[in-house]
Design a protein around this ligand. Structure first.
Ligand code: SF4
Length: 484
């Protein structure tokens, strides 16, 4: 039973925490949840039963901002007398005034670098009078000593934030304006946190940052990501998968490729958001514009790791994007043959240089271009998935589903049959596809071996495979051998 620091006659306080936006927000939410639980709070999925309601908001795009506001408004409308509502995260940090103006029921704003103060804030709110409002927005340049522990990882996977903020000048992005410049966490703090996560059950750690490849530059040590990755592998020998997200073009060094290829724990997976494929669009985006560099780097990556899964993201409809430039993007995507792709329609963010650029592209043109990229990528993705058929892959179970009517025929199983949803090294959670194991019911967080038997446009279908017999161990029947 967990020990509560609250008075024994008081009932256990509860919190409801909703996370919107990107994986980086999820990391902060996990931290808040852990701190609250340590202080004796219990999580509830029902907002009506919570004492403290927390929304970790996203302020990246217009649509995300509106979703955050709508969520807060809904919770504020149903708020009971004793309940307190906290707006945390990017939107609270960046546009706190707007949040309070549009959602007067918000009792506190908690900035992106002060989420670790959730416990004293919640105590203050619960002890304070109704209608009192607090703002902990903090100084974005404040040092984060990285001493906050993360919770264990029941899903077998956890995010590891190595830095915050960004030095890049991308014309469409508002993140640096509210997150500030690059701020790398000290290496020992990252290593300690990784060790705790692995001890808590994480098989997979996912490195996140605004630009993970810039790690260390603010400490006078550019290109120190390879060193960090090697140190992580040494410090956590039981870790199975170390995944790298958000590499910036131009910052992927030979040293990084060498470390990725030589450390067995580092997945042969790289997410490198490139945003566009035409040099003129890239120049207006204030992004690195050399396609020669991209082709050369992709060649090096694939030569060092022939089974590399390469992911990228692109923006269509950036101001001034002509049909010829867009065609350049399509040609680029065909030439590189990415395994995974995310495509966004440009959204003019107030306060960014791209907001006022001339020649904004009409919404229907953006929409049409988005569909054309998606269609082009679908064939590429399917072909690359088909090349996986017959491979034996380690997969990490994400959860359970059911075979539905649409897929039942393809899986030769009746509709309603159990379906295990898993991921291989080729799939990052939330953004990539899945490996579907029809007919299996396995618990989340388990790692098993699968033989790939089929390919869909985004997902793979597989069957449980017998584990490879290890020297000194006797061979067991397949059914018992799926744990690896
Ligand atoms: S690198 Fe990413 S976070 Fe940094 S400014 Fe560009 S888009 Fe924004």
């Amino acid at each position: 039973m967990s020990k509560s620091k609250h008075h024994p006659t008081q009932r256990t306080p509860t919190y409801y925490l909703l996370t919107l936006g990107c994986p980086k927000n999820l990391v902060d939410s996990e931290g808040m949840a852990m701190l609250l639980q340590r202080d004796g709070y219990r999580a509830t999925a029902n907002p009506d039963r919570a004492d403290v309601l927390i929304v970790n908001t996203c302020g990246f795009l217009d649509a995300a901002r509106e979703e955050s506001i709508a969520t807060l408004q809904e919770l504020a409308a149903g708020k009971q007398r004793h309940q307190r509502l906290v707006a945390a995260g990017c939107l609270a940090q960046r546009d706190g005034d707007e949040v309070v103006r549009r959602v007067p029921g918000v009792d506190a704003l908690l900035g992106t670098r002060r989420w670790m103060e959730i416990v004293p804030l919640a105590a203050q709110l619960r002890a304070g009078r109704r209608g009192e409002r607090y703002a902990l927005l903090g100084d974005p340049e404040r040092d984060d000593d990285g001493t906050v522990l993360r919770p264990s990882a029941p899903s077998g996977s956890a995010y590891l934030k190595i830095s915050d903020g960004c030095n890049a000048p991308c014309a469409f992005c508002s993140i640096p304006s509210f997150k500030g410049k690059l701020h790398s966490r000290p290496l020992p703090a990252i290593l300690d946190e990784a060790a705790r996560l692995v001890q808590g059950g994480a098989h997979e750690l996912i490195i996140v940052a605004q630009d993970s490849t810039d790690y260390g530059r603010d400490r006078g040590e550019p290109d120190s990501l390879p060193q960090l990755l090697s140190a992580l592998c040494r410090r956590t020998p039981d870790l199975r998968w170390l995944r790298l997200m958000y590499a910036y073009p131009g910052h992927v060094s030979d040293r990084l490729i060498e470390v990725m290829a030589s450390e067995p724990q580092i997945l042969h997976y790289l997410d490198m958001p490139l945003q566009h494929g035409h040099p003129d669009t890239l120049r207006r985006m204030r992004r690195p514009s050399s396609s020669t560099w991209v082709y050369k780097t992709v060649d090096k990556l694939r030569a060092a790791m022939p089974d590399l899964a390469l992911r990228s993201t692109f923006i269509v409809g950036f101001p001034g994007e002509s049909e010829a430039e867009f065609q350049g993007l399509l040609d680029f995507i065909q030439a590189v043959q990415f395994d995974k792709l995310g495509v966004f329609k440009f959204s003019a963010e107030p306060g960014t240089p791209a907001f006022d650029l001339p020649d904004q592209v009409a919404e229907e043109v953006k929409e049409e271009r988005w569909h054309r990229v998606m269609a082009a990528q679908q064939s590429i993705s399917l072909a690359r998935n088909q090349a996986q058929v017959g491979r034996r892959l380690e997969v990490l179970v994400e959860g359970m589903g059911q075979v539905d009517g649409q897929d039942a025929a393809g899986m030769a199983l009746p509709s309603g049959a159990p379906l295990t949803l898993a991921r291989s090294y080729r799939d990052a959670p939330e953004v990539d596809g899945l490996v579907l194991l029809p007919g299996q019911a396995l618990p989340a967080g388990q790692m098993v071996a699968a033989t790939i038997s089929g390919a869909l446009a985004y997902d793979l279908v597989g069957e449980l495979a017998p584990a490879t017999p290890t020297a000194g161990l006797s061979f067991q029947p397949a059914a018992e051998l799926t744990l690896i």
